[in-house]
Write a protein that binds this ligand. Structure first.
Ligand SMILES: N=c1c2ncn([C@@H]3O[C@H](COP(=O)(O)OP(=O)(O)OP(=O)(O)O)[C@@H](O)[C@H]3O)c2ncn1[C@@H]1O[C@H](COP(=O)(O)O)[C@@H](O)[C@H]1O
Length: 105
């Protein structure tokens, strides 16, 4: 199941040069980083609304939209998905509370 995000990233990369008329990914990437970021924000807000209202089914749909549009935004910004996963791995095993307390004042 966790491989689906890896497959999705491979698809986003493959669609980068596709015809925008036949690919939503290509159409978004053709609009540029700013529009991709704006769309991500829109989807994130929709997920917030679903979560705040207790709409589990809606949140499930919107969370999937958020993950997809996050990958599109990363692609538009030139940030590889693996770089994000590496950052998450770097954080493993360390409490967020301990991490924040360790930051220089
Ligand atoms: N996971 C997605 C995915 N999630 C959302 N979307 C599209 O993103 C668009 C979101 O626009 P809207 O917000 O207006 O529509 P919406 O999200 O359904 O409506 P709301 O929930 O926001 O109210 C819709 O066209 C969705 O179909 C996606 N488009 C593509 N993918 C994946 O990317 C692959 C390649 O798709 P293409 O690039 O279109 O070939 C697909 O096979 C999927 O695996």
């Amino acid at each position: 199941m966790s491989e689906v995000l890896a497959r999705l990233w491979a698809t986003v990369e493959a669609r980068a040069g596709a015809d925008p008329a036949s690919s939503h990914t290509a159409a978004m990437l053709a609009k540029g980083r700013g529009k991709c970021a704006e769309k991500f924000g829109e989807e994130a807000v929709e997920a917030i609304v679903a979560a705040a209202s207790g709409d589990a089914a809606g949140l499930t749909h919107e969370a999937a939209d958020v993950l997809y549009h996050l990958q599109v935004m990363l692609k538009a910004a030139g940030v590889p998905w693996d770089a994000v996963l590496t950052e998450l791995e770097r954080r493993e095993g360390r409490s967020g509370i301990a991490e924040k307390a360790s930051r220089p004042r």
